[in-house]
Design a protein around this ligand. Structure first.
Ligand code: SAH
Length: 242
C-alpha cells in the first residue's frame, strides 16, 4: 500500500519541494508514497480566479472563502484523513504522525492570508493541526513538515526497520545524546561508558541521560512522562522502556 498525499494549496509548485530530495525523494521515486498538489484556484468560477475576501467584522488581511475551499475539499475527500494546517489546531505529535503513516495517506489543506472561513470546519469533518506556536506565512511548510515526519515511517523507507523506535518522543522522552569518532576532539573524549562494550551499562546510561535532558530541557514532557508512569499502567506508551 502506498501513502497518498493530496495537498490543496494556492502554491502547488511548492511540492514536493524539499521532499523530492534525500530519503523522502528516493521513497517518492520508488513509489512508496505519492504527492499530488492541487491548486485551490482551480475551484473558482470567476474570471479573476478569486479565492479570498475581506474579513467579516473588519480587520487586516484576507480570508479564504468557504465555498471555494469547500469545493476543493469535496472533490478530494475519499476517506483519507482530511487535515487543515493551522496555528489554531491541536499540536502535531509523533503519535499522530505514526498513526497517519500507518494509514492510506492524507488530504492536506494549506491556508494563506488570515486563514480559512470558520464555517468550513463546522460543515466538514476536518482535523486541524498546528506544527508549533509560531505563525508561518502559509500552510505549505507545515504540510511539508507533516509529510516528512510521516514518510520516514512508511515501511521500507528507513534503512533499519527499527530505527524509528528509539527517537525522541517515541518513549515520551527526548533521545539520549550521540557521539561518534574521532574518540578525542578538541580535548573532549567520548563518554567512557559508550566505549566499554558493556551493553547493559550503555543502555542504563542512555536511559538516565534521556531522563536528565528531558527534565532540564522539556519540563512539560517530563511532567507528562512522569504522570503517565505514576498514573495508570496503560498511560505509558512503551511499557518495556519506561
Ligand atoms: N491569522 C491566523 C494565521 C494565518 S497564517 C492566526 O492568527 O491564527 C496563514 C496560514 O499559514 C494559516 O492559515 C495556516 O494554514 C498556516 N500556518 C501558519 N502558522 C502555522 C502553524 N503554526 N501550523 C500550521 N499551519 C500554520
Amino acid at each position: 500500500m502506498t501513502f497518498r498525499a493530496t495537498i490543496l494549496t494556492l502554491y502547488p509548485e511548492m511540492f514536493p519541494g524539499p521532499l523530492g530530495a534525500a530519503l523522502a525523494g528516493r521513497a517518492l521515486r520508488e513509489g512508496r508514497w505519492s504527492c499530488d498538489p492541487v491548486n485551490i484556484r482551480d475551484f473558482t468560477e470567476d474570471r479573476h480566479r478569486t479565492v479570498d475576501d475581506t474579513p467579516a467584522g473588519g480587520g487586516a488581511g484576507m480570508v479564504l472563502r468557504a465555498d471555494i475551499v469547500g469545493r476543493a475539499v469535496d472533490a478530494h475527500a475519499d476517506g483519507r484523513p482530511l487535515i487543515a494546517l493551522t496555528p489554531r489546531g491541536a499540536p502535531l505529535t509523533q503519535r499522530r504522525v505514526r498513526d497517519l503513516a500507518a494509514g492510506p495517506g492524507a488530504v492536506l489543506l494549506c491556508g494563506r492570508f488570515e486563514g480559512f472561513d470558520e464555517r468550513l470546519f463546522e460543515a466538514r469533518e476536518i482535523e486541524q493541526l498546528s506544527i508549533g506556536d509560531y505563525i508561518l506565512s502559509g500552510g505549505e511548510m507545515a504540510a511539508l513538515v507533516l509529510l516528512d515526519a510521516c514518510v520516514r515511517l512508511i515501511p521500507g523507507v528507513m534503512g533499519a526497520a527499527s530505527s524509528g523506535d528509539e527517537e525522541s518522543f517515541e518513549s515520551g522522552l527526548l533521545e539520549y545524546p550521540h557521539y561518534t569518532r574521532p574518540v578525542e576532539w578538541e580535548g573532549r573524549t567520548i563518554p567512557e561508558v559508550l566505549r566499554s562494550g558493556d551493553h547493559a551499562r550503555i543502555a542504563a546510561w542512555r536511559q538516565s541521560q534521556a531522563e536528565i535532558d528531558t527534565r532540564l530541557r522539556r519540563p512539560d514532557l517530563w511532567e507528562r512522562h512522569e504522570g503517565a508512569r505514576v498514573g495508570s499502567p496503560s498511560g505509558a506508551r512503551h511499557g518495556s522502556k519506561d
